[in-house]
Design a protein around this ligand. Structure first.
Ligand SMILES: Nc1ncnc2c1ncn2[C@@H]1O[C@H](COP(=O)(O)OP(=O)(O)OP(=O)(O)O)[C@@H](O)[C@H]1O
Ligand SMILES: [Mg+2]
Length: 186
């Protein structure tokens, strides 16, 4: 199914994956809202994409959608590795860029965060190597143009497939609400 909306265009494939093209950073908000709506304690979201792809920007929108207050600033945690936030659900934001591989990840002691009943968002998750948990949502962010980003949600496990279906339903509703809010003919 495909639809056009102010937040961009989204397409769901038969394998359950969902592709959203966001023309601006602000257009990430409806996707972040829809994602926040399906997240539960213990959920793991891996954000893949090059430098500047928009991983931290999406995390900021997700934190806001989870009710993290502006007083808890969501910066790129590249220097701290891990930041914890308190919203409607506890959220852990990890940036593994500075780690080389899974041995580094183990030595840094960040794996214990994955056991916590928090929503965990990970930038540069390739560093986890064979330590990558099976049950996870993978989100790939790519440049579609200078400003636009193609964001692909890939379910890993039946649980995430159902959740992505709910995200697609939510995006469809947002689209309908937005078109209902358009000024009609005079
Ligand atoms: N449609 C868009 N979606 C997301 N970000 C966008 C978009 N258009 C422009 N940008 C800009 O691209 C930059 C993305 O930076 P961000 O720090 O989120 O990337 P990152 O993937 O976390 O990079 P890094 O790997 O360095 O941590 C921001 O300056 C953001 O404003
Ligand atoms: Mg980042």
């Amino acid at each position: 199914m495909t639809t056009d909306a102010q937040q961009g265009t989204w397409t769901q494939e038969a394998d359950g994956s969902l592709t959203v093209v966001c023309p601006t950073p602000e257009a990430l908000a409806p996707l972040a809202e829809a994602l926040a709506g399906v997240l539960a304690p213990g959920d793991l979201v891996l954000l893949q994409g090059d430098l500047g792809a928009g991983k931290t920007t999406l995390t900021q929108h997700l934190a806001r959608a989870l009710g993290v207050g502006d007083d808890q600033y969501v910066a790129s945690p590249s220097f701290a590795l891990v930041h914890e936030y308190r919203g409607r659900l506890p959220m852990v934001h990890m940036d593994l860029y500075r780690l080389a591989d899974e041995d580094d990840v183990e030595a840094a002691g960040v794996l214990e965060y994955l056991e916590q009943p928090s929503v965990t968002v990970v930038e540069w998750p390739d560093r986890l190597g064979s330590l990558t948990p099976d049950d996870r949502l993978e989100i790939c962010l790519e440049h579609a143009s200078v400003e636009a980003r193609r964001i692909i949600l890939i379910p890993k496990g039946a649980n995430w497939r159902r959740k992505i279906d709910r995200i697609a339903e939510q995006l469809a509703q947002t689209t309908m609400q937005q078109s209902n809010n358009q000024p009609g003919p005079r």
